[in-house]
Design a binder for this molecule. Sequence first.
Ligand SMILES: NC(=O)c1ccc[n+]([C@@H]2O[C@H](COP(=O)([O-])OP(=O)(O)OC[C@H]3O[C@@H](n4cnc5c(N)ncnc54)[C@H](O)[C@@H]3O)[C@@H](O)[C@H]2O)c1
Ligand SMILES: N[C@H](C(=O)O)[C@H](O)COP(=O)(O)O
Length: 340
Amino acid sequence: MSKANNLPILVTSGEPAGIGPELCALLAETSQAKRLNRSLVILGDADLLETRAKNAGIEPKWQRINSLREITASDDEAPGYFLLDHPLSAPCITGKPNPANAPYVLGLLNLACDACQNGTAAAMVTAPIQKSAISPHWPGFMGHTEYLAQRCGQSDVVMMLMGGQMKVALATTHIPLAQVPAAITRDSLTRTLEIMLHDLRLYWGLPKPRILVTGLNPHAGESGDLGNEEFDTITPTIRALQAKGHDVQGPFPADTLFQPKYLQNSDAVLAMFHDQGLPVLKHASFGQGVNISLGLPIVRTSVDHGTALDLAGTRNMDAGSLNEAIECAHHMDLCRRNAQ
Ligand SMILES: NC(=O)c1ccc[n+]([C@@H]2O[C@H](COP(=O)([O-])OP(=O)(O)OC[C@H]3O[C@@H](n4cnc5c(N)ncnc54)[C@H](O)[C@@H]3O)[C@@H](O)[C@H]2O)c1
Ligand SMILES: N[C@H](C(=O)O)[C@H](O)COP(=O)(O)O
């Protein structure tokens, strides 16, 4: 594969006080870049990442660069690891997030997102951020998913996690539970399902994706005794999509839907809220799962875990999810290009 067809994947190192720096260093000890025939560019404060790697006894095989142009301008560069320096905004104490570093964390996301949008990178993969350390600087900050949608000028985005043979998307993301029922409307649900149908085709090559939809209430509302959202919103949305020829089924009671006999005959599940779908998926695959943002004009994947402040500064962490997130971004990019 030629270099031009194999643009680098950018990896943002995330919250500097969390495990992101060590995860990125562990990544650069592996042969993943060579195996994928793809350069992997880690974005972060180079001094911080090198110090943290050294202190944790990790020996990353990366080469420092100051601009993406240094690798994209060279046609014969062998695929490898690069560390693109982006300086901290404020001092960093390992394990103690400093909100004064929010501009740094967001700066890494902006750099990666813009490079994907302007065609100098194939995809972005994100190490975890500490949301509570960003919101004082960026009021209303909810997470990468919503932030990147805004950066890309998209009003709709869908969070989907993949792991343990499952793909589980969410009808609502980072909002308080009390706000969930009002946030699920026929329009929002239709848009979410349309994005899933489109992206399951584009990035996984599924010609007619089959999606199973959960109810919102216990036992999918128990014929209206336990809530009306299934009658008023979820069922009519599913029927309207079926009438257009889509294979969307439900609503199913969420407590019994995640059985092999349902999952093996489907491509994805749509759950109504964060903690309806994600505990099931993370129980099945924590440490190997991948978080994917659907509906964006760029490929963005992420780890399935947070900043693990208790482990920052050590090498005692599972880097499996970061490796899977890169693998997934690589395949999504290939599948999208094959479809063009
Ligand atoms: N992709 C992301 O950016 C992302 C994802 C989830 C949570 N978060 C954020 O992370 C912060 C901390 O969240 P939390 O404490 O709920 O979850 P967490 O995932 O950071 O930690 C939960 C538990 O899992 C362990 N753990 C996490 N990652 C691990 C790994 N790679 N290897 C071994 N053990 C690991 C931790 O030690 C801890 O015991 C919050 O601000 C949250 O919003 C970010
Ligand atoms: N909801 C995600 C999870 O539980 O893994 C996580 O908070 C990350 O979300 P963003 O990718 O939007 O930051």
